[in-house]
Design a protein around this ligand. Sequence first.
Ligand code: DX5
Ligand code: ZN
Length: 218
Amino acid sequence: MKKIAPSILSADFSRLGEDVKMIDEAGAEYVHIDVMDGMFVPNISFGLPVIKAIRNVTERVFDVHLMIEDPGRYIDEFADAGADIITVHYEATVHLHRVVQQIKNRGLKAGVSLNPSTPVMLLKDIIKDLDLVLIMSVNPGFGGQSFIEGAKDKVIELVELRDKYNKELLIEIDGGVKEANIGEISCWGVDVFVAGSEVFKADNPAEKIKRLKEIVNA
Ligand code: DX5
Ligand code: ZN
């Protein structure tokens, strides 16, 4: 079963608890949590106390996407805050193998994300150690941007690596995912679909989540 991961970056932060409950009740398996440090990306979002607070309102999988420099400094803190999956950026992590082990040693799933300009092949030697690879289909930092078409070839290349080295690997896509393109993206072999503005700008966000889930599992 393919999964929808609504991104709370586009939620209403003044009533975040209710929005997270809505995600849960609509049947989304993951809550996508975008942490930004104003260094790795040109935006600051939210951090540990916010994750701890929303951990009380749902048992859904917390899919924490760290857009921060040198994420190895904070793996224990994000694990303690309630993360289930921690995804770090290839471009922000000098000792990627060590950080992946840090995440797994906490009993969590480990993901690595690639910016649009970072080649998939760079993951070849670590892919067997990963639970998830997140392909960015926008430049990270903001919700509401348009899907970069080059992501298609990257997903296709990653599917080949998955077939060869790690059949359990989850492929996630993040940025510019809409009702209009999610069906096509699903055909490429993606397992987890992040959607921020498409969900939270909808007249009925819960219905939108259900619709996206139907399309990818059709
Ligand atoms: C961007 C974030 C995304 C963002 C996606 O840096 O990683 O998760 O919330 O937003 P949309 O779906 O609006 O492109
Ligand atoms: Zn994200």
